[in-house]
Design a protein. Structure first.
Length: 566
């Protein structure tokens, strides 16, 4: 059934599109079939469409749509009972969206047992058996009861209740006339051509199935209860028991063999009335209401018509659509004003972002850890300071280009604004936006990245044998992370010398040089500058610094004094 609806909705879309072109262009040189051979549907007339446009908030207007109909019918044939309401606003194509379901109320038209052949056949077999036995029972005792001389000799209980309940079952059509109205909600499908389809057929079908079952089951239970209550007593009853009791026994047998199984099968859905109900035209007065979001700007100015129809099937052909003349209009005023030409800027939520690689909330692509930050969600379109504005360009409508302006060794960025750390240090992120008027706006933000750990490749170095560039001997984690000299601070200490008397000097780039002809041992310390050290919130973290020992030999040979040697 759902596949049928999907095909039907697709055909609706195609047929709506086709009405924009003359049939002569589509079937050039061919024969156009008469209307009565086209897709046949049944559509309610006396449709009243009401559309109300409210300013809404943010990027959308709020469009309230309401449709109510009578139960008259266009002069077309019936091929189904799928309840479908249609709103059509071609001028607003591509601008509509729906976030909630539609509210639907349908007054139901009378249903007869002839409309339900499956149920009619089962109930017909049962009532045939019941009527025969009850007539036999009544015929055997009625003459005695109605005779003043013998009536007092016969005591009959439950016979009136039995005949009354059986009469109600025989006149099931009368009970089906009073089916309750359907109230429910239905999904709304929005097509790109401005068509909104409210398909309430499934909910209506479930409602019909339930209420018909409830009516039939109640009548069957009344008959079963009445049969159980039939008793014949008195002197005449005793004399008639050989004749009457077998008939009562047969009636009770029908409760066991026919009535109770029928009730059970209806209750459990074994007997499914859906296929019969779906063929009915039971849709009477119908009301449909929904709330629709309309994009700002809507792109139209002045009166815009919104058409409406309620049909019994989603298959609607061009001939039928040409008869749908019920509509309401809304008025949209979006003429340009000085306020609408407000200038704007791009701006990030923050001027500085940080990636702490010591955190555990990272991605893992199966090979390596990935530290990243999504800067697209941090970017905003903002009015110039002090400007009052009505509308701003949408960020998603801007053509954005992302780049690393400085610090390409620290980070990389993709076309979506996702920046990924690949080294310790500072990077400057830039984004350029071009709007539909080819205006260009830019924004920048800084990105700071720390490291996990740092250490020297050896605990002891000999100068000048091991070289003078200690930066190159520094190993950092994560593995493969890039490092630059400007993020580190270098210092020297010694237990028996002041800074000026140390045997070694170190510059800001981590390069060491012997201090004159001095010799001995110094401790070299390196740490992250505070800007990067504080990213994890812990200053002087042991993982953010490293130390090593350097032995400085005499210029003319090894140190001779054993104490100074070690």
């Amino acid at each position: 059934m759902k596949a049928k609806k999907s095909i039907a909705i697709l055909l609706t879309f195609l047929l709506l599109v086709m009405q924009c072109y003359p049939f002569s262009n589509i079937f050039a040189g061919g024969h156009v079939e008469a209307a009565d051979t086209l897709v046949e549907v049944k559509v309610l007339t006396d449709v009243n469409v009401n559309a109300t446009l409210n300013p809404g908030t943010g990027d959308h207007y709020e469009l309230g749509l309401n449709m109510s109909s009578g139960d008259g019918l266009l002069d077309v044939k019936l091929v189904g009972a799928d309840g479908v309401a249609i709103f059509y606003a071609p001028d607003l194509a591509g601008k509509l969206s729906v976030e909630e379901k539609a509210n639907v109320r349908v007054e139901l038209l009378p249903v007869t047992m002839n409309d339900l052949p499956t149920l009619n056949n089962l109930v017909g077999q049962l009532t045939s058996e019941l009527n025969g036995l009850v007539n036999k029972l009544v015929g055997g005792i009625e003459s005695i009861l109605n005779n003043p001389l013998t009536g007092w000799l016969l005591n009959v209980q439950g016979l009136t209740k039995l005949t009354t309940s059986l009469t109600a079952l025989n006149n099931l059509n009368k009970s089906l006339e009073d089916l309750t109205a359907y109230n429910g909600q239905a999904d709304v499908q929005v097509l790109d051509n401005g068509l909104l389809i409210v398909d309430f057929g499934e909910g209506l079908g479930n409602h019909l199935n339930t209420v018909v079952n409830d009516v039939v089951i109640e009548l069957l239970e009344n008959v079963a209860d009445a049969i159980e209550g039939v008793k014949v007593g008195g002197v005449a009853g005793y004399l008639l028991s050989p004749v009457v009791n077998p008939t009562i026994g047969l009636l009770k047998g029908l409760v066991t063999t026919m009535i109770n199984p029928l009730i059970t099968n209806l209750t459990n859905g074994v007997i499914d009335l859906t296929n019969d109900l779906v063929k009915l035209h039971v849709i009477g007065n119908t009301t449909v209401s929904l709330n629709v979001l309309l994009d700002k700007p809507a792109g139209v100015v002045g009166e815009t018509k919104i058409y409406g129809a309620v049909a019994t099937d989603a298959l609607i052909d061009i001939t039928l659509l040409s008869k749908l003349t019920n509509w309401d209009s809304i008025f949209i005023n979006e003429e340009e004003s000085e306020e609408e030409n407000v200038d704007y800027n791009l701006a990030f939520n923050q001027s500085e972002y940080k990636i702490n690689v010591k955190q555990t909330d990272i991605d893992y692509d199966g090979i390596e850890e990935i530290w990243y930050k999504d800067l697209y969600n941090e970017l905003n379109v903002v009015p110039l300071s002090g400007e009052d504005h009505i509308k701003l360009p949408k960020k998603e409508d801007l053509e954005l280009t992302w780049k690393i302006k400085e610090g390409k060794h620290v980070a990389k960025i993709d076309e979506t604004g996702k920046v990924t750390a690949q080294g310790v240090g500072k990077a400057v992120i830039g984004v350029t936006a071009i709007d539909k008027n080819d205006q260009v706006r830019t924004a920048t933000a800084e990105l700071l990245v720390n490291l996990k750990n740092m250490e020297f490749s050896k605990p002891l170095y000999v100068y000048p044998d091991d070289g003078d560039d200690m930066f190159e001997k520094l190993i950092i984690e994560p593995d493969g992370f890039n490092k630059t000299r400007e993020v580190f601070e270098w210092s020297l200490t010694s237990e028996d010398s002041t800074v000026d008397n140390l045997a070694l000097k170190v510059d800001g780039n981590g390069k060491v040089k012997q201090n004159g002809d001095k010799c001995g041992f110094v401790i070299l310390k390196v740490k992250l500058k505070e800007t990067y050290d504080r990213i994890d919130g812990i200053l002087e973290d042991s993982n953010d610094q490293a130390m090593t020992l350097i032995k400085i030999n005499k210029i003319d040979g090894p140190i001779k004094d054993p104490v100074k040697e070690w």
